[in-house]
Design a protein around this ligand. Structure first.
Ligand SMILES: *Cc1c(COP(=O)(O)O)cnc(C)c1O
Length: 430
């Protein structure tokens, strides 16, 4: 007997007819948004393709090197492909960079010297950077211990940039201004590249020598331009997020001005050696292919985020960003105002995963957090957040942060399963 998708969902995934109909309506409602996403994805795909072609990428670039890794053609060509895509002078793309935090730390330690000032102009930086800067932790070799001063300009209560205070805070000692593009795990608008442009202009008007470093995590390929195209001197991110395209097994990247990339590379290896060493160990092909896939994969994640936003808006929840708002990162926040709904949502996302779907994640006391945290991640690559994942601190107002999705058709079902799970537990009615 022939079955259609609806039957399959009813019989194999225990999706109710009501849920199915709602999901279909929501999908129709966001169709226009999806065509915008397709346009951006196409634009970025062609940009990346051209960078591959212009750099004559071939089979020989996938050959692995070992030991010191001198003359690793693939590694150097990958740097060139990233640099061209980001319209930057140079790039440093390495599986030796363990995470986004590491990439950002390399930038900071690379260019800052004792007596310099670092300013964060978008409020408190991402949690993991607090120990790097020295906001938290002691005797750990933080920037503060090395004599680097730190200033922070908080966002306004509306979550917008405080231009007046930034202008008043920048002076001739401001060596680095750090800008976080994505809201991360906050409830506020993320920064569009246009807004980043205005911010950089403000900073450079006061001190043209201030190095503008953008934490680009979760932002790559969400718009048709990147911060390096509007004056950012350095951008950094993680390869288990957007630019790894779900295929990079690990790594980080930095793109920007040649002299600063050199200094960051001196931190990664050592002064004098910089970019010239570091065996690629057969990683090159994964990193190339992942980067080639990234514009498409990011579009899949964005569709998941928009669908999720529209679905929960319909059910009366507050979401950030809203389904029809401009996006500049792949994170979708949903305010549940209720711990049971929050936990159930995260457990439902896990239930829909290809890996570890049989595991029920539980809230736990994760080091470094002031409340319990729940994390749903049924991913091929440990901790990968370009794969469909959701996490949340268990504290009011009980916000879940969902991101990723390699395949929109999968991510959609994951979200539907999460909703069905909440209904089956009697926590929600539609
Ligand atoms: C993910 C992320 C980072 C870095 O995190 P890692 O887990 O170290 O890769 C930094 N800033 C933002 C906004 C992020 O989303």
């Amino acid at each position: 007997m022939q079955r259609d998708i609806a039957d399959l969902l009813f019989q194999e995934f225990n999706i109710s007819k009501k849920t199915y109909i709602l999901s279909k309506e929501v999908e129709e409602q966001v169709a226009d948004k999806f065509s915008e996403i397709d346009y951006i994805s196409r634009f970025n795909q062609y940009k990346v393709l051209k960078a591959f072609q212009n750099n004559h990428i071939s089979d020989s670039h996938f050959v692995e090197t070992t030991g010191y890794g001198y003359d690793d053609l693939g590694r150097d060509a990958l740097d060139a492909v990233y640099a061209e895509t980001f319209r930057s002078e140079d790039a440093l793309v390495r599986h030796h960079i363990v995470s986004g935090t590491h990439a950002l730390a390399l930038c900071l330690y690379g260019v800052l010297r004792p007596g310099d000032t670092l300013i964060s102009v978008t409020g408190k930086p991402y949690d993991t950077l607090e120990e790097v800067i020295g906001i938290r932790g002691k005797n750990n070799g933080s920037l503060r211990e090395l004599g680097i001063k730190y200033q922070q300009v908080d966002l306004t209560p509306m979550g917008t940039i405080n231009y007046d205070e930034i202008s008043a805070s920048i002076d001739k000692n401001t060596k680095v201004a750090m800008i976080q593009r994505s809201k991360g795990y906050d409830w506020r608008p993320s920064l569009t590249v246009k807004e980043i442009e205005r911010l950089i202009h403000t900073i450079k008007t006061i001190n043209p020598d201030t190095i503008c470093l953008v934490d680009n995590c979760y932002g790559e390929f969400v718009e048709t331009i990147e911060p390096t195209e509007v004056g950012a001197d350095l951008v950094a991110g993680s390869l288990i997020k957007n630019p790894g395209g779900g295929l990079a097994p690990t790594g980080g990247y930095i793109a920007g001005k040649k002299e600063y990339i050199k200094l960051a590379a001196y931190r990664l290896t050592s002064p004098g050696i910089g970019k010239k060493c570091g065996a690629s160990l057969g990683m090159n092909r994964h990193l190339f292919q992942g980067f080639f896939m990234a514009p498409h994969i990011v579009s899949q994640s964005l569709k998941a985020a928009i669908f999720c936003a529209a679905l929960f808006e319909r059910l009366g929840f507050e979401v950030c960003p809203k389904s029809d708002e401009i996006r500049t990162d792949i994170i979708q926040a949903i305010k549940f105002n209720n711990p049971e709904l929050l936990i159930s949502f995260c457990q439902g996302i896990q239930k829909g995963a290809p890996i570890d779907s049989f595991v029920r994640p539980q809230p736990w006391d994760m080091p470094g957090y002031d409340s319990q945290v729940i994390m749903a991640a049924g991913a091929f690559i440990q901790g990968s957040s370009i794969e469909l994942s959701a996490d949340a601190p268990i504290k009011p107002p009980y916000i879940a942060y969902m991101q990723g999705g390699l395949i929109w058709n999968h991510a959609k079902l994951g979200i539907i399963i999460a909703l069905q799970d909440m209904m089956d537990k009697g926590l929600l009615k539609i």
